[in-house]
Design a protein. Structure first.
Length: 215
């Protein structure tokens, strides 16, 4: 019998997230509350590939992961880091929120964290196949992340950890294999330089995915 490791799927409600934020005294912080409201407006109708809530399985879960990371490192959880985590997909996913509007609402500091996390359309990059174009995009994307604030780097790693914890639920053919390959090529080398904590977490998850996928 082949051992199939249990794949833990994150899911965090707004109430659960607020409870975790309260431990750092941030549940009533004005910036965090404003970011929570914007995240809800931008993502409340959005679903993941398997139909799960994008807010609860991804946005709130990524934010909770970062709180746990900072707690593990015995470091302060800042309002800017939490706001960046809550807003990390807003510019990419919500066409109603322009760069100028975002800066007006949240300021240049939060914009400098979130903007480098927003991926461009892979179809604008060179390549004969979709994979080639996505890899060209990733090379450009990670070059930008190298110059980004540290908050953006940590949020990106929490984002990828969350995605690979959920990717096995996607019914899309070939997506899991692509995520494994992409993570090993781009995200693990990046994590090795930025955060031993997320490097270990992501590597462990990739190993479990490979075991469950028979690769």
């Amino acid at each position: 019998m082949i051992y199939m490791p249990k794949m833990e799927v994150p899911n965090i409600t707004r109430i659960q997230l607020l409870s975790r934020l309260s431990e750092s005294g941030l549940d009533s912080n004005n910036l965090v509350r404003k970011a929570l409201d914007q995240a809800f407006r931008s993502h409340h109708t959005q679903e993941r590939d398997d139909g799960s809530s994008y807010l609860e399985q991804h946005v709130y879960a990524v934010t909770a992961s970062i709180i746990e990371y900072r707690k593990n490192a015995q470091k302060q959880v800042t309002p800017e880091l939490i706001a960046g985590a809550l807003l990390h997909d807003v510019l990419e996913d919500d066409e109603k929120v322009t760069d100028d509007q975002f800066k007006l609402d949240f300021g240049d500091r939060i914009f400098s964290i979130v903007k480098p996390l927003s991926k461009k359309d892979y179809r604008k990059y060179p390549g004969e196949t979709k994979r080639d174009m996505k890899y060209a995009l990733n090379r450009d994307y990670f070059a930008g992340l190298e110059r980004a604030p540290n908050e953006a780097k940590i949020i990106k790693l929490a984002d990828r950890l969350n995605n690979i914890m959920c990717i096995h639920l996607s019914p899309k053919q070939g997506k899991l294999d692509f995520y494994i390959e992409e993570t090993e090529k781009f995200y693990l080398p990046f994590a090795e330089k930025v955060s031993p904590y997320y490097y270990s977490k992501i590597e462990e998850q990739i190993d479990m995915l490979k075991a469950s996928n028979g690769t």
